[in-house]
Design a protein around this ligand. Sequence first.
Ligand code: E4P
Length: 238
Amino acid sequence: MSVKQQGHEGIFLDTGKLDEIKRFHAMGIIRGVTTNPSILLRDGTADGMDAIRRSSIEIAKLIAPMPLSVEVTRNDPEIMMKQALEFSGWAENINVKITIHGPQGELDNLRVVHELEHRHNVRINVTAMMSAQQCLAAAMAGASYVSLFGGRVNNMGYDSRQEVRRTRNLLDQLRLPSRIIVGSCREVLNIVEWFESGAHIVTAPPALIEGMIVHPYTKETVEMFLRDGRTIDKTSGF
Ligand code: E4P
C-alpha cells in the first residue's frame, strides 16, 4: 500500500455534488469520494471537460488528503493514458478510474493500468468489476484500488458478499496491496454487510449514508428526552 493510501479506508461518498460532500466531510464520516461520468452527468457537474476539471479540483481540495476518484471518459488506450496523466495532475489526491476492459471486452485497459501505475506512478482505480476473478486480474496489474459493483452483482442474481469475501481472501493470500472498493450501493444494509465481508472501502450515495444514521426508534427516543428535558427546564428556569 502506498503511503498516500494509508488511513483512507472506510466509507466513501459516491457523488459529484459539492454540497453533499461538504456536509458529510464536516461530520468526519467519509474517507474519500468517488465519481464516474454517469454520476457527474446526473449531478449536473459534467458540462464539458472544463467543468469536470473545475469541480474535481474543488472536491479534491476540500477533502485533501483523502482521495477522489475521477474516471476517464473514453476507451481508446492513447486517450485513456492522456486523460489519466492529465486528471492525476489536477491534484495530488486524485486517483483515476479505468474500467477493467472495454465495451467489447477489449483488453488494452489493463496494459494502460499497469503502465500508469508502474511507469507514471498514477494511482488507478480499476472499475466496473462484477467478480473476484476480475478484481484479481486488476490487482495483479498493479491497481491501487479494485472496484467491485456489489449492487449490480446482486441484480444479476449473485451474492455480492461472496464476491467481496473471495476478493479479500485472494488479495490477502497473494499479499496484493490493492484496496477493495465496493460500490453500486443500492440498500442501506449493503454498507455494513460489505464491510463485514472484507471490503476496505464501501462507496455509497449520500441518501444511503443518511439512511444508515437515522433510525425511527432513535427519533422517538430523542423526542422522549426532549419532552422530559422541557419539563426539567420549566422547573429549573431555563
Ligand atoms: C463507484 O465507484 C461506482 O462508480 C458506482 O458505485 C456505480 O454505481 P451504479 O451501479 O449505481 O452505477
